[in-house]
Design a protein around this ligand. Structure first.
Ligand SMILES: [Zn+2]
Ligand SMILES: [Zn+2]
Length: 131
C-alpha cells in the first residue's frame, strides 16, 4: 500500500461500514455518520472515497436522492428499489418478471431494461400520517 493512501484507508473502512449498516447512503449521510468518529473529515474526501469504491465495483448505485445527489448501494448486483416520496427512504425489492412484461406493454416502442424504481409511502411515514 502506498504511504499517501494510509490516511484515506481509515475513511474507506469507515465509508464501507456506514454503507453496509444502512444498505444505501448518500455522501452527505456518510459524512454525517463518519463525523462521530472523525470530526474533521471533509465532504470532498468522502466524495473521493465513494467515487473510487464505486469505480472499483465495491459499491453500487441506487436511485438518486430527492435532492439529486448520488446514493450508493452495498448491493452491487442490478436490483429494483422502492423509494418513499416523503422521507426518501430506499429499500431493495424484486419486481417479478411478469410485472416487467406488463410495464413493457405500456411503454410502447421504448424498452424496459435495467433496475426499476417504484415510489410510494413507507411504513413509517404512513404511521406518522395516521397518528
Ligand atoms: Zn417514508
Ligand atoms: Zn439497493
Amino acid at each position: 500500500m502506498q504511504l499517501a493512501d494510509r490516511r484515506t484507508t481509515k475513511y474507506v473502512t469507515g465509508v464501507m461500514k456506514v454503507i453496509r449498516l444502512r444498505g444505501h447512503a448518500t455522501n452527505a449521510e456518510i459524512v454525517l455518520a463518519l463525523r462521530e468518529e472523525f470530526p474533521t473529515v471533509s465532504a470532498t474526501t468522502i466524495h473521493r472515497v465513494t467515487q473510487r469504491l464505486y469505480e472499483d465495483g465495491e459499491i453500487g448505485r441506487a436511485p438518486k436522492a430527492s435532492d439529486g445527489s448520488c446514493r450508493y448501494d452495498i448491493n452491487t448486483e442490478p436490483h429494483d428499489h422502492f423509494v418513499c416520496g416523503l422521507c426518501d427512504l430506499v429499500k431493495d425489492i424484486a419486481i417479478p418478471h411478469a410485472c416487467r412484461s406488463i410495464i413493457q406493454c405500456n411503454v410502447g416502442d421504448c424498452s424496459v431494461s435495467g433496475p426499476l424504481a417504484v415510489s410510494g409511502t413507507c411504513g413509517n411515514c404512513k404511521k406518522a400520517w395516521i397518528s
